[in-house]
Design a protein around this ligand. Structure first.
Ligand code: GLV
Ligand code: GLV
Length: 320
């Protein structure tokens, strides 16, 4: 019999067709994420799981999934997976690095500019009668040219963001990363310590992974160290930010503004204080959402699964 693969969301035809050649495919067709109970029911006799970052794969789920050989997540982030537990059970893990680097960097630059140049606020004003005349200092925000940008987490995405920002005539580009990155020299980014990045940056861009070391890295103390004119942009994971501390920093003018593609929880409840702040731009976790990239991510996830059953090398196996 063909191995059974459970897919937690409807995906592109190309991925489905590839999977169907070697597997029996079963798909959760709801428009909201599958419930934990439904997921567990389906995993009992599945050999493969195709999941997304909204599926939390913890010990409880894994304990019923006794036939599972591979978990492939359609994401580069894997903080939703209990990696230690999965590895202990001998289950392989696939993910989607590289194919989403350009799309996520594009979105990060767009969000940075949308925040600093107040694009959504200005658009809203133009559409709702708030535009009374051209006015010398109306809708002004900090310029990127001649500014200092600090990138936190200098992996594939952080480096690509840095390369995209270079042509904006920055004064200085810096990064903070656990280890020194050899690529930084060519990009023209200087390694600084976290404190210097906080105190010296006009724009702080976060692209690091969520790990025990980065959880709540941006706390009250960190926001207090930032310039009052600073723009904070996060396209990594909401968990790297102490969110009540960010709300306070935005409310009291401790920082100038924030652009967030990720937050806690997701989706953000409509009564969340972040949504009431004019100096905060909120996007619904669309960093990798270019048509080309999402198709590539779907396909790579399918290829990761197929490779396991064909005893071939996975295109992107998570090795930790
Ligand atoms: C998106 O956030 C991803 O991890 O792919
Ligand atoms: C992943 O974390 C990346 O930077 O690509």
């Amino acid at each position: 019999a063909k191995p059974r693969v459970y897919i937690t969301r409807e995906v592109n035809d190309e991925s489905m067709n590839l999977l169907k050649q070697t597997c029996d495919v079963s798909v959760w067709s709801g428009s909201a994420p599958v419930s934990k109970a439904e997921l567990m029911k389906n995993l009992k006799d599945s050999q493969a799981l195709f999941c997304t970052l909204s599926d939390k794969i913890d010990k409880e789920v894994l304990d019923v999934a006794t036939n599972l050989k591979v978990i492939a997540t359609m994401s580069v982030g894997y903080d939703h997976l209990d990696v230690a537990e999965i590895k202990a059970k001998g289950i392989r893990i696939g993910y989607t690095p590289d194919v989403l680097t350009d799309a996520t960097a594009e979105l990060t630059v767009g969000l940075l500019l949308a925040t600093s140049r107040r694009l959504f606020e200005a658009n809203e004003a133009a559409k709702t009668g708030g535009w009374s005349s051209w006015s010398p200092f109306w809708m002004c925000g900090p310029g990127l040219s001649q500014s200092t940008v600090g990138v936190v987490g200098f992996g594939r995405i952080g480096q690509e963001v840095a390369k995209c920002l270079k042509p904006f005539n920055l004064k200085r580009l810096t990064y903070y990363n656990r280890s020194e990155r050899k690529e930084a020299k060519e990009i023209g980014a200087d390694k600084v310590d976290f404190n210097e990045l906080l105190t010296e940056s006009d724009f702080i861009v976060v692209t690091c992974a969520l790990t025990p070391e980065t959880k709540n890295l941006f706390n009250q103390e960190a926001f207090k160290k930032m310039k009052k004119s600073a723009v904070f942009v996060n396209t990594s994971r909401g968990g790297v930010v102490d969110q009540p501390a960010l709300v306070e920093a935005l409310q009291t003018g401790e920082i100038w503004g924030a652009g967030l593609d990720v937050m806690t929880p997701e989706p953000l409840p409509l009564d969340d204080p972040l949504l009431k702040l004019k100096n905060c731009v909120i996007l619904p976790h669309i960093g990798s959402a270019s048509i080309q990239t999402r198709n590539k991510m779907g396909l790579m996830t399918a290829q990761n699964i197929v490779a396991v059953f064909k005893n071939e090398e996975m295109p992107a196996e998570l090795i930790v």
